[in-house]
Design a protein around this ligand. Sequence first.
Ligand code: NAD
Length: 358
Amino acid sequence: MNYRIALIKGDGIGPEIVNETVKVIDKVGKKFGHTFEYVDVLMGGCATDAAGKSYPDGTAELCRSCDAVLLGAVGGPQWGSDKPAEQRPETALLAIRKDLKLYANLRPAALRPALISACPLKRETAEEGIDLLVVRELTGGIYFGKRDKYQTEDRGIEATDLMAYSEMEIERIGRRAFEMARLRRKKVSSVDKANVLETSRLWRSVMHRLAAEYSDVQYEDVLVDNCAMQLVRDPGQFDVVVTENMFGDILSDEASMITGSIGLLPSASMGNDAPALYEPIHGSAPDIAGQDKANPIATILSAAMMFRYSFNLPAEADAIEAAVDKALADGWRTADIAEPGEHTIGTMKMGEIIQENI
Ligand code: NAD
């Protein structure tokens, strides 16, 4: 098969980590008999410099013409908040998510076996293993609700943010979670605050309807405060954790912390009728850009997700993940994941080793 992949290399370390990932993808192609066509898409600060806008006209159409989108990272201090919105890289990120209608954000948090010592939890908890997937609703809830700020007579200024969810929004993210669970260990934990919030009670009723439909998947309701505790007490109990936008924002960061390094974690954002977008969870790391210091693993693991979810090629995804684990088990470390005094390698060397391991 031939696959067409949009590459948004972006700013800072973006080009370095995407270049290494492309080499790994090509190696997978060679081994498994696929070919790839890459379409370079200019977006972010580099697009502002070249074309005056961080999200040039036609960006979404170019991405739509591909089977998947791989993004490095965008942003940097030179395109800061003093610049007009159309020149700021963050504007482009919001725009592409909106234009491709990417309503589901998938963030796996898996502790790589060779990096158990990087886990801040108790050793025996880490040794039990952590391998969970947070499915976060990305385009609804309180971050997109009506907001207001007004003067009151006796309480000073008051502000409100409205949290709204429709059955349609809940059902589509719920289905996504159950489908993902079927590809994994078949368990869904739905996180809400149904003891307080009306939106959570609606959320729960829709999830229960879906749980009956997906009867092959184990299902549980978890209150968000309990989930935050369980993630540090016994993360091994979770497989797929599905939740609304704000809870997911917080819990996915908590889940990533317990696995060690920001340089290791991939993510995917998906809609229904457009290519999905795959990217590391970290940013453009301007402090180490252009120095061959960035860890390319989060981007390489994002490509593994692309094979699994967009191309439906699980063996190829497994091969990438195994190649990463072998590199780590053999003791290869970029600076961000090294213990003090350990020998470290650069971005290109790490890419080369993973590529050789495929
Ligand atoms: P960051 O993730 O870029 O960096 C935080 C710290 O982690 C830095 O010390 C950095 O050197 C380190 N780091 C990050 N990725 C690494 C990697 N792969 N290997 C080794 N070390 C790594 O976050 P920040 O500093 O808050 O943001 C920098 C820029 O990135 C900002 O302009 C921000 O807006 C942007 N950003 C972009 C995205 C995105 O493109 N999706 C996401 C977050 C931040």
